[in-house]
Each structure stands twice: as structure tokens, then as C-alpha cells.
Design a protein around this ligand. Structure first.
Ligand SMILES: [Zn+2]
Length: 472
């Protein structure tokens, strides 16, 4: 990385800290009416900008009255639509997808494209790949948001003597937004050890044991495995804080982490389309949405709003700070519930109280009459709640039926556990109105993570080609 890029990174980081402690701190204290006024102002500016500079939005909004637009009047957009016309979406003519892909391939650290843009991508392991570009001012907002959640939600502060040791287990490629954010925040204040979640758990444990992190951040699926290592005596960490990000965290994973390290993990909601969307506060009653930076709508399969407390089919996200690549009512297939009641911490932002999975985790199975029944991911995960001897599992729907991969604790009774897993799933599927397909339980040593730089862990996966769920 060039000296100029390093200096830019330092300047971006220090300005981000200032933004976090001034502008974002003020936004955290806004009452709901003031917040909604701020959102509307930012939305109007963004829509006006998108209409002027993005041919794709000009076409998309043809016939829509854009004078003081109300959110609901704007047709939503999908990643597929935007990526298909990428060059008509970005607001700088010099940004062309073909060149950005080349830049992504050559990325080693926090290098800037054209001296000002940071380019990130989703791994595209499931569905369409997305490429997301941030100008410097926009990236500073992302960094400021990251500083806000560390300092004021989790309570982690940079320390100079000795420096704070942060252990991160997740994606390591700078193409991935979480790795990139920590790279560009890595200006030497904290000591950060970043480990690839795809490495064998024994290797991760050895590296963490040697480093002794005070703050551990990672994918919940891998932190839960490490927590089991600690309980088995193979790891000896005593972190003051733990945070999980990027995947569904099941109650079993939370319990494993709490038991091993004696701390309640914070949960963060990260998206490539904008960084961290929400974070838990010290009360752990759901993740507070950062509503000064994002407008989040929870909707059903038809795009109609769902009531507070109900699980929706997808989210519509409007990123209020990225004008290089406007995202206005952009569909995310996450199925969540939102809570708008006040939190004991005093913040008034809505909270994500349940992440049930993604709508593509809904499995389509045959019912007794042969009609298709949509089976919610919670149904499939529930049987594992009472099975502490199961360290990790993955449910795969194949042409022939359901295959369940299970990693067991060392001393678990193999036959009995296999029977319990099978019986639990059969009962859960019957409850959901599905005729039980063939269920095969397979005990394995380890379960591979997804392909691609994201390296996430998918609990439920459909490998049937012809049946893709379109509604719950
Ligand atoms: Zn709170």
C-alpha cells in the first residue's frame, strides 16, 4: 500500500472518531419525531441525487411523484436489478464494474481505487454477487458507526499502554466489509489478531491462546465451537467482552459462549451494503438499529409492512449515507422482528429482537396432500435446543430428502443422539404440516463453511434446484 493511501487511512480514521463523538452521538439522543425528520431530509436529498445521477433510478421512478417523496411510494429494488445495470447505478462515470472486479482481485490491504473509493463485495456463494463502493466521506461514516458501537454500545475503548488486544475470527479478505473496516481502522491503536474462520478449530484455539485477546469478535458458529474447546480444557481465554456478527446466533451458541467465558456476548448485525446496521446495548434486549444512517422497513412477501413484534419476510433497507451507489428500499432476504418499545438504556431506536434466518432458508416440502408447505428455519432448528451434546449441525434439503450433518461432543452417546435428532425433526416437521421426507443423520468430524471470502456458516440449505421458496 502506498504512503499516500496510508496517510489517507489515518486521516479517515481520525475524522471518523470525531464524527462518532459529535454527529452520531447527537443522533443517538434524538427523540422519534426528530429522528424521523432527519430521515426524511436525508431521504429527499438521496432520492433527488439518485434521480439526477443514476439512469437506473430515473427509469425505475418514471411516473412516480418525487416531490417530497414518501418512502412507500418508491418501488423497491433488488440486488439483481442493480447489479444488472451497475454502471447506470453508480454516480461516478469512472466506476465500471469490469474495472472494479479487476481491482477487487488485486486487493491486498486497504488500497483505494482512484485514490478515493473503497470497494467491497459479497461472496456470492448463495445467489447473486454484489459489489459495493464507498467514497471516502461515506467510508468515514461507516468507520464512525463502527467506533460508535464499540465505544458506546459494547464499551470498548482504545488503550495505548498496553494496547487493547482484539481477537477476530471471521473473514480475512479485504474484499469483505468487516475485514476491510477493521483494516482501515487498524492505525496501530489496538493490537488486532484476525483469524480466518475456515481454519480448523484447533488451529484457531492455539493462535488465540497465544494472543490472549481481551475482546473477542467473530461469527457465532465458530465462537461457539471455541467455547466448547474452552470447556474441554483446550483453550484458556478470559475475554472481558465478546461480540458476534454476520450469522444467525442460536440460543445454544449464546449459552456455549456464556458458559465458557462468563460474559454475555453482544450481537451485531452487519451487512455488506452499509456496514453495521444494528447492535445490542448492555441490556441485550435486541439490536438497536442505527436509524440515523439507515431506514429499515420490515415487510411481508408482498412488500406490505408487518406489525411490530411480528417476523417479516424481508427487509427494505435505505442507506442514507452512500450517495456513490444509492440504495433506496433495497431488498434483504432477512426475516426479523422489530420492537419499537423503549429500551432500559434510554435509546429510542427500534430493536431487532429476532433474526429467524433468511427467506431462502425456508424449505419447501410436500404436505400430506402433496401441496407444497413452507417450513420456517426456526422449525428446523428447534429440535436442537435440547441437545447440548450436539456441537454443530447443518440441515441440507436434497432431492432424496433431508440430510443432517452433526458434530458431536467427545463423550456424546452416538446412537442415542442420532435417534433424538431424527425423532425431533420428524415431530417438528409433522407439527409444521409437512409429510416427513426421508431424514438421514450423519455424524461428521467437522462441517465446511460456505465457499467464497465470506466463509459464513449456513445452518440450513436447500440443494433442490426446482423448488425455490417465493413466499412463506
Ligand atoms: Zn438499549
Amino acid at each position: 500500500m502506498s504512503l499516500v493511501d496510508s496517510l489517507r487511512r489515518l486521516s479517515d480514521f481520525s475524522r471518523a472518531l470525531m464524527i462518532s463523538r459529535t454527529e452520531l452521538a447527537r443522533a443517538d439522543r434524538l427523540d422519534p419525531a426528530a429522528l424521523s425528520h432527519l430521515q426524511q431530509q436525508r431521504l429527499e436529498r438521496l432520492v433527488c441525487h439518485a434521480k439526477r445521477h443514476c439512469p437506473i433510478y430515473r427509469d425505475h421512478y418514471r411516473g412516480v411523484d418525487l416531490h417530497h417523496p414518501s418512502l412507500g411510494a418508491l418501488p423497491p429494488v433488488t440486488k439483481g436489478q442493480l447489479m444488472a445495470r451497475f454502471d447506470d447505478w453508480v454516480t461516478d462515470d469512472r466506476l465500471m464494474l469490469v474495472n472494479l472486479e479487476r481491482h477487487l482481485e488485486s486487493l491486498h490491504q486497504d488500497e483505494l481505487y482512484l485514490g478515493r473509493y473503497r470497494v467491497t463485495a459479497t461472496s456470492g456463494s448463495t445467489g447473486q454477487r454484489g459489489v459495493f463502493v464507498y467514497g471516502r466521506a461515506e467510508w468515514r461514516r461507516n468507520l464512525a458507526n463502527f467506533a460508535r458501537l464499540n465505544e458506546r454500545y459494547v464499551g470498548v475503548h482504545p488503550r495505548l499502554h498496553p494496547r487493547l488486544r482484539v481477537g477476530v475470527v471471521g473473514a480475512t479478505s479485504p474484499v469483505h466489509i468487516s475485514a476491510r473496516t477493521s483494516l482501515s481502522a487498524g492505525v496501530g491503536i489496538n493490537r488486532v489478531l484476525r483469524l480466518d474462520a475456515r481454519r480448523p478449530v484447533g488451529e484457531l484455539a492455539a493462535a488465540l491462546d497465544a494472543f490472549k485477546p481481551e475482546f473477542v469478535v467473530g461469527y457465532p458458529s465458530v465462537l461457539a465451537l471455541l467455547a466448547h474447546e474452552q470447556q474441554a480444557g483446550a483453550l484458556h481465554l478470559s475475554p472481558a467482552k465478546v461480540a458476534t456478527v454476520s450469522e444467525v446466533r442460536t440460543p445454544e451458541m449464546t449459552d456455549a459462549i456464556r458458559t465458557a467465558w462468563g460474559v454475555d456476548p453482544f450481537d451485531w448485525y452487519g451487512i455488506t451494503e452499509g456496514g453495521v446496521l444494528a447492535s445490542e446495548c448492555q441490556h441485550r434486549q435486541g439490536m438497536h438499529l442505527f436509524e440515523d444512517l439507515f431506514i429499515v422497513e420490515n415487510v411481508d412477501a408482498d412488500g406490505e409492512p408487518v406489525a411490530a413484534g411480528e417476523v417479516g419476510h424481508k427487509l427494505l433497507i435505505t442507506n442514507l449515507f452512500n450517495s456513490t451507489q444509492p440504495l433506496i428500499r433495497y431488498e434483504l432476504s432477512d426475516m426479523v422482528a422489530l420492537d419499537s418499545r423503549p429500551c432500559p438504556c434510554g435509546r429510542t431506536s427500534r430493536r431487532v429482537t429476532a433474526i429467524d434466518g433468511r427467506s431462502d432458508d425456508v424449505l419447501m416440502l410436500s404436505g400430506p396432500t402433496g401441496a407444497q408447505v413452507a417450513v420456517h428455519p426456526m422449525v428446523m432448528r428447534r429440535p436442537f435446543l435440547g441437545l447440548p451434546m450436539v456441537r454443530q449441525y447443518k440441515i441440507i434439503l436434497e432431492e432424496a430428502g433431508v440430510r443432517v450433518l452433526v458434530v458431536l461432543a467427545h463423550d456424546a452417546p452416538v446412537e442415542a443422539t442420532m435417534r433424538k435428532v431424527r425423532a425431533g425433526l420428524v415431530a417438528a416437521l409433522a407439527d409444521a404440516g409437512a409429510a416427513a421426507p426421508g431424514i438421514v443423520v450423519e455424524i461428521v468430524e467437522r462441517i465446511a463453511r460456505e465457499q467464497g471470502h465470506g466463509a459464513k456458516f449456513k445452518l440450513i440449505e436447500s440443494r433442490r434446484r426446482q423448488l425455490s421458496p417465493t413466499s412463506p
